[in-house]
Design a binder for this molecule. Structure first.
Ligand code: SF4
Length: 411
């Protein structure tokens, strides 16, 4: 490792030694150790900055399979005749499709099927997911949904099947683990796991590490969470249990106007690339999924993955500052911190996630629809004391203010 290149572990160590989360450290580190010109110079690739021929690969947990570090998030409708983005990604080594029954309003699978035939099933990795319906899922619904995935994708097996949006530890009880084993034995999927977005992610990851039978987990992870000690311990536990770890939401979505505050500047990377590099710098993470809905974004992400240049201290400092400056806007879904401090049924992280869809993803209708699906009690703000929850939030989110904004914009 070059002198000023910093591995995620080194950086994390420095942050934690200071006794603060990375977010809280941001301003301090930036102020004490401003980026120097020399940081940039020592970030040069000694071999002339040549891009790697293809996106590099890492082994997914104990599966024995190497997957690209960049995965194609397929929450969109593709061109069934010839989808330029899918084919370009495939040529670059992004030969892993991450889809779900519900993606693109249920159209993702059907529009992916022609592409799978074009490149050959044996040449592409397919992960799909089945979500709970009305907050409920059973062994029967998962089993049925996997069959539907296969039917829609026109394939005889998945590489990885996820229980999607898992938020209850009961889905790691014996009957679900046995279901995963059974589906694998039946040849319907090679591997089995779950995705978790909000709430008790830490508890779910810790339990998965204890019970076994889970091959991979997809979870929300970005540069803004380096300092979350509980999450870090859960990641370590999963790594020790040889569970494959896939990061999603790596951009730590915050409104663009907020991001402009730090005026990110790097000789080597765009801000989006730097955010991905920060996740890949964590050697415990096997891969990161990205929802790539334009050729430009695909090329940018692929270039970051193929670049042998690592983030320098200057880049890390800027991300650190960004985490600090945007905390309060971005909810990381870790509601094990805030939810127990609220004496009501208000679904904080869900409401703030829908606000993110509105503010950052430019998906106002989806945001409103999801918000309005919550019951009045789950949206309640009036008469609730959020002070303890705000104190408990490691991101410094103005929970009450953001919930009010969600109510104004989405109700
Ligand atoms: S409001 Fe804060 S504590 Fe609650 S889920 Fe969001 S980031 Fe985590």
């Amino acid at each position: 490792m070059e002198q000023n290149e910093v591995g995620r572990r080194d950086f994390l160590k420095k942050s934690l030694v200071a006794g603060a989360s990375l977010s809280a450290m941001g301003g301090l580190a930036g102020a004490q150790d401003p980026p120097k010109e020399t940081d940039k110079k020592t970030d040069q690739d000694p071999e002339g900055q040549k891009l790697l021929p293809k996106v590099p690969r890492r082994e997914l947990g104990a599966t024995g399979k190497k997957i690209p570090i960049l995965l194609f998030g397929c929450s969109q409708v593709f061109d069934p005749k010839y989808d330029k983005m899918l084919h370009r990604g495939f040529k670059e080594g992004v030969d892993y499709l991450d889809t779900a029954l519900v993606y693109a309003g249920g159209e993702s699978h059907k529009t992916l099927a022609p592409f799978v035939k074009q490149v050959g099933r044996e040449n592409i990795w397919i992960t799909s997911k089945a979500p709970p319906r009305n907050n409920r899922a059973t062994v029967e619904t998962y089993t049925r949904d996997l069959d539907t995935c296969l039917e829609q994708l026109e394939v005889d097996h998945l590489d990885l099947f996820f229980m999607h949006y898992v938020s209850d530890e009961k889905y790691l009880e014996k009957e679900y683990i046995e279901m995963g084993d059974r589906l694998k034995k039946q040849g319907k999927t090679n591997f089995f796991g779950f995705s978790c977005h909000d709430g008790n992610v830490v508890e779910l990851m810790n339990k998965a590490a204890r019970v076994g039978g889970i091959d991979a987990i997809m979870f929300r992870y970005s540069f803004g969470q380096y300092g979350d000690k509980e999450l870090n311990k859960a990641i370590d536990a999963c790594k020790k249990a040889k569970i494959g770890l896939i990061a999603m939401k790596t951009q730590k979505s915050v409104p663009a106007a907020q991001e402009e505050v730090i005026k990110f500047k790097s000789k080597d990377f765009t801000l989006g690339q730097a955010k991905l590099k920060a996740v890949w710098a964590d050697e415990r993470i096997d891969s990161a999924v990205s929802h790539m809905d334009s050729l430009e974004l695909l090329k940018e992400n692929v270039a970051a993955a193929k670049s042998p240049i690592k983030l320098g201290m200057s880049d890390f400092h800027q991300l650190n500052r960004l985490a600090a400056c945007t905390s309060g806007f971005s909810c990381m879904g870790c509601n094990h911190h805030c939810q127990p401090k609220i004496a009501a049924n208000t679904r904080v992280s869900d409401a703030l996630r829908y606000l993110m869809y509105y503010e950052c993803y430019d998906e106002p209708e989806r945001a409103k629809e999801l918000y309005r699906r919550m019951s009045p009690a789950e949206r309640q703000i009036d008469g609730i004391d959020f002070a303890d929850a705000i104190r408990a939030c490691p991101e410094g989110v103005d929970i009450e203010g953001r919930l009010k904004l969600a109510q104004d914009l989405l109700a």
